[in-house]
Design a protein around this ligand. Structure first.
Ligand code: SF4
Length: 137
């Protein structure tokens, strides 16, 4: 079973209240091959919400609020779900501070990208679950 970023499956859970639909990901969910999950919602953040980026070891939203604990809690809940369904691979939304893999925004909100993983992607990788982005399907 795979876990996928819920926004890629057409669910309106992104910070702006919209989705980031990928047809391939949506098809996997429709066929019962993948389960959609949004770690930021599971961490108690509202939708829509203020966009956030990783700054060193913290996650800070654009108004300066520290939302690190929401991101950690949501990633843990989503990891719990991934383990429950014996997930071997996750397909996660690129560049997100939760779901991004290998490349994320740099914390300046200037659309600059740097090397790094989102909080959820990093947690999955640490627990031996393979992570790819929607562009690597
Ligand atoms: S946390 Fe992940 S699933 Fe949720 S909106 Fe952001 S990229 Fe999509």
């Amino acid at each position: 079973m795979k876990i996928v970023s819920a926004c890629l499956a057409g669910i309106n859970c992104a910070w702006d209240g919209k989705n980031r639909t990928s047809k391939k990901v949506t098809k996997m969910v429709e066929k019962g091959e993948a389960i959609p999950v949004c770690p930021e919602q599971l961490g108690g953040l509202s939708t829509p919400r203020i966009p956030a980026e990783i700054q060193k070891n913290k996650v800070i939203d654009q108004k300066g609020n520290d939302v690190t604990e929401n991101f950690r809690k949501g990633a843990l809940e989503a990891l719990h779900l991934a383990k429950m369904v014996n997930c071997q691979q996750a397909i996660l939304k690129k560049h997100s501070p939760s779901c991004g893999k290998s490349v994320i925004y740099d914390g300046t909100f200037n659309n600059v990208k740097i090397k790094g993983n989102g909080v959820f992607a990093e947690m999955l990788l640490k627990h031996g679950i393979d992570v790819i982005t929607e562009e690597e399907i």
